[in-house]
Design a protein around this ligand. Structure first.
Ligand code: IPM
Ligand code: MG
Length: 357
């Protein structure tokens, strides 16, 4: 059965990096992968054409797809749009919400070849392999009521941090199951010393724990977790947390690996349908210069093959190709160091394709 993949390049460096990932997908087609690839607009590029960051057309195509590959959205060009609901980021949040993509997997793996690229000492990060499981469709990013309004003669901004037990439970199960497949350690991150919503979060995690007796559950406050991530990151195996804390901690974890330009992510719903995107953003400062690192997007294709298309062998082949290219000393600007050869976005794509053959 031919499966459908929707590619949403988005804004900034999005089109450049997804172009390289699409070449990798095409190489997989040549190796026998039966998929149909379609493209559509999202984010600022959609706003420019349709006046909205997520059109009905793109949403319908996304719902019909088996998997979605997204580049990145946003940029200064659209930061002045007053109506927040029209900002590029809302295109991304809308896709996550409409498709119910609540389970966000953000691996932070240090490629041994890049130990020198990290800003932390090699001994602190070598062998690093963390999986951050971030709740993606709830919490303060979606809570109601929200807004900016006039109260007692001045403007007041407010958001609501809310989680239901069922929302906590379903992301908890994703995380416990992930821990079972890995080193069986799960750290749940909250702010239960201050926020009721995370007192409930902690309670639900505790309630689930006996169902996963092989997993060792621990809890950590988010401020401490941020510190521990840069102090001794190898203490973590799987981390589970809410939307906002996961957003912040996953950027920090990404940087441990040398560059956020290396990290893929998967966002899954209950049906195993998924959206795959690099963890980094649209990097408008380097857009259009053919210097961005396409590896996070290429590795996102590998995650797509593994989690949505049941093609683990092909996924491993792509990951091995990326490893080979790094072994050969090829680096985009973000991961370059002395003794390596700096290459452009397209040259990196060429090299991965050559390594795949
Ligand atoms: C991410 C991004 C998004 C988020 C933005 C672009 C809305 O930072 O995927 O981490 O906050 O989730
Ligand atoms: Mg983020």
């Amino acid at each position: 059965m031919t499966r459908k993949i929707l590619v949403l390049p988005g804004d900034g460096i999005g089109p450049e990096i997804t172009a390289q990932a699409v070449r990798v997908l095409e190489a997989c087609q040549a190796l026998g992968l039966d998929v149909e690839v379609e493209q559509s607009l999202v984010g600022g590029s959609s706003y420019d054409v349709h006046g909205v960051p997520l059109s009905e057309e793109t949403l319908a195509k996304a719902k019909a797809a088996d998997a979605i590959l997204l580049g990145a959205v946003g940029g200064p060009k659209w930061d002045t749009i007053e109506d927040l609901s029209k900002r590029p980021e809302k295109g991304l949040l809308g896709l996550r919400k409409e498709l119910g993509l609540f389970g966000n997997l953000r691996p932070a793996i240090l490629y041994p070849q890049l130990a020198e690229a990290s800003t932390l000492k090699p001994e602190v990060v070598s062998g690093l392999d963390i999986m951050i499981v971030r709740e993606l469709t709830g919490g303060i990013y979606f809570g109601q009521p929200r807004g900016i309004e006039e109260r007692d003669g001045q403007r007041v901004g407010f958001n609501t941090y809310v989680y239901s037990e069922s929302e906590i439970e379903r992301i908890g199960r994703v995380a416990f199951e992930m821990a079972q497949k890995r080193n069986k350690k799960l750290c749940s991150v909250d702010k239960a010393n201050v926020l009721e919503v995370t007192i409930l979060w902690r309670e639900v995690m505790e309630r689930l724990a006996p169902e996963y007796p092989d997993v060792e559950l621990s809890h950590m406050y988010v401020d401490n977790a941020a510190m521990q991530l840069v102090r001794a990151p190898k203490q973590f195996d799987v981390v589970v947390t809410g939307n906002m804390f996961g957003d912040i901690l996953s950027d920090a974890a990404a940087m441990l690996t040398g560059s956020i330009g290396m990290l893929p992510s998967a966002s899954l719903n209950e049906r195993g349908q998924g959206m795959y995107e690099p963890c980094h953003g649209s990097a408008p400062d380097i857009a259009g210069q053919n210097v961005a690192n396409p590896l996070a997007t290429i590795l996102s294709v590998a995650m797509m093959l593994r989690y949505s298309l049941d093609e683990a062998a092909l996924a491993e082949r792509i990951e091995a190709a990326v490893g080979k290219v790094l072994d050969e000393g090829l680096r985009t600007a973000d991961i370059a160091s002395s003794g390596t050869r700096q290459v452009s976005t397209t040259e990196m794509g060429d090299a991965v394709l050559a390594a795949l053959q």
